[in-house]
Unconditional design. Structure first.
Length: 161
């Protein structure tokens, strides 16, 4: 296998990235909570009414597909800046978070996406986890990992009900 210079460069940005392992785009640690939860529930919700999309940090790229879908509710899962210690879970209508300035780390993209989806008749919610660390690096902090694991379990139970 040929190692790319770019791959080696990305690997050096991610603490704990072993030489020769595939490099992934560096995340801002706890900002990866949404993709982690989506990945953790994807297999267990297959065949249910629940659909999951890993929009990473570009939810606006998926709004047209979601708007055409027959779903009534859309829930964005993301790291949020909100009151409470790291690992605190918050939930509610996306528009309420914008007004309270307790919001996703992707404010503009989620705000635009939410407004677009609401204009298509969707109810849009934010399920957020307060981050402990948003520095470049891989892996969730312990507090956020516990919250993400709990949310994964809740979503799996809800999907199987």
């Amino acid at each position: 296998m040929t190692k790319s210079v770019l791959g080696r460069g990305l690997a050096s940005l991610i603490p704990g990235q072993a030489e020769g392992t595939p490099a992934v785009a560096p995340l801002r640690r706890d900002d990866g909570v949404g993709p982690w939860i989506v990945g953790a529930v994807r297999g267990s919700v297959s065949g249910t009414r629940l659909r999951v999309i890993d929009a990473q940090d570009v939810p606006e790229n998926f709004v047209h597909v979601i708007a055409r879908d027959d779903c009534r509710n859309v829930i964005f899962i993301d790291a949020v800046t909100s009151e409470g210690p790291p690992g605190t879970v918050v939930f509610g209508p996306l528009a309420d978070f914008a007004e309270a300035e307790s919001y996703s780390t992707h404010k503009l993209a989620l705000s635009f996406s939410g407004k677009f989806l609401e204009s298509a008749g969707k109810k849009v919610f934010l399920l957020g986890v307060v981050p402990a660390d948003l520095a470049f690096g891989a892996g969730l902090t312990a507090e956020v990992q516990r919250a993400a694991t709990s949310l994964r379990d809740v979503i799996r139970r809800a999907a199987s009900a």
